[in-house]
Design a protein around this ligand. Structure first.
Ligand code: NAP
Length: 320
């Protein structure tokens, strides 16, 4: 089979397309014939070798794949050969024509969703769900700002927030990104590249501020976020690519908090709740992954450059 291999850490050029053996499922494992693999910014951090977490070399990247079950190991009862599925983490990597996963990492993909959409489920929707349901403890009627609503996590967060009865303010850096955020259900969308846009956000809340900020680029926005909070407001750091500073008095004045998480550290109970929520939302159409760009597997290096560039339009996926 064809698979992307990383044999040394480095830039996108270390992603090479190679011919490798198809893995065989042992007891409790599922072999998925992958049609599409989601590209997440996290995949680029791991590949660079500069992230605290380092996979052992060589490895195939990718936690989010979608396709059809090819074979199952002994004792697997959740899925069987021929089932459409998506993965939430894998054992052998999703940037490949076949991926091995534990039974617990494989989830049914409704017929209404394409494989490319399936490749956009786990990291984006798991993160959005964890942020809104567990971390921020958001309540219906509150106002949430999805700060970076045009990408994978942002589009998912807008759909989730909408379904939870929140007022949704959103930002994006291009007209296409803003249209996309609005189409997912954002009430008002702002341009995070426009100077003074945060004043417009405050005005949209009548000066009260927002209850929750879901922040995709904290190193750029955190100090501003603290000034945008309503009383008892919460900034949830989802993404950050460097250090930053803020004036703690902005938090004190508002009884505000800043907290963050990574999806990799959710508890088993939280993970079970996330999966149950995703399964029901995907089945009833509340959650509809937006696929912006599809590239062939061989173009994984280009995909790793693109996913870090501005101008997001939903999910970027690789087709095997
Ligand atoms: P993505 O699809 O590449 O989207 C990136 C988003 O960030 C786009 O909406 C982009 O908007 C926005 N952005 C760019 N510049 C911004 C700015 N100055 N202010 C606000 N937003 C800005 O990436 P993703 O998958 O949605 O992930 C978003 C971030 O969350 C990444 O940093 C990722 O590493 C992180 N993440 C964390 C977790 C976790 O477990 N904590 C899980 C998943 C992702 P425009 O392109 O329109 O400018």
């Amino acid at each position: 089979m064809k698979a992307i291999m990383v044999r040394r850490f480095g830039g996108p050029e270390v992603l090479t397309l190679e011919e490798v053996p198809v893995p065989r499922p042992s007891a409790g494992e599922v072999l998925v014939r992958v049609s599409a693999a989601g590209v997440n910014p996290y995949d680029t951090y791991l590949r660079s070798g500069a992230y605290p977490l380092k996979p052992s070399l060589p490895y195939t990247p990718g936690s989010d794949g979608a396709g059809v079950v090819e074979a199952v190991g002994e004792g697997v009862g959740k899925v069987r050969a021929g089932d459409r599925v998506y993965t939430a983490k894998t054992l052998t990597g999703a940037y490949a024509q076949y991926a091995l996963a534990r039974e617990s990492q494989v989830w049914p993909l409704p017929a209404s969703l394409s494989f490319s959409q399936g490749a956009g489920v786990w990291v984006p929707y798991g993160t959005a769900c964890h942020a809104l349901r567990h971390w921020s403890r958001t309540r219906a009627g509150e106002t949430v700002l999805v700060h970076g609503a045009s990408g994978g996590v942002g589009t998912a967060a807008v759909q989730f927030a909408r379904s939870m009865g929140l007022r949704v303010l959103a930002t994006a850096g291009t007209p296409e990104g803003r249209d996309l955020a609005a189409a997912q259900g954002a009430d008002t969308v702002f341009d995070h590249r426009e100077s003074g846009y945060e004043r417009k956000i405050l005005e949209a809340t009548g000066g009260k501020g927002v209850d929750v900020v879901l922040e995709m680029l904290a190193n750029v926005n955190l100090a501003r976020d603290a000034k945008l909070l309503a009383a008892d407001g919460r900034v949830i750091v989802i993404g950050s690519r460097g250090e930053t500073s803020l004036d703690p008095r902005d938090l004190m004045a508002r009884r505000g908090t800043v907290s963050g998480f990574t999806l990799w550290a959710v508890t088993p109970a939280e993970e079970a709740e996330i999966h149950a929520t995703l399964q029901s939302g995907l089945a009833d159409g509340t959650l509809r992954p937006v696929v912006g760009r599809e590239l062939p597997l061989a173009e994984a290096p280009r995909a790793h450059r693109m996913v870090l560039e501005p101008g997001s339009r939903g999910k970027l996926v690789l087709l095997t």
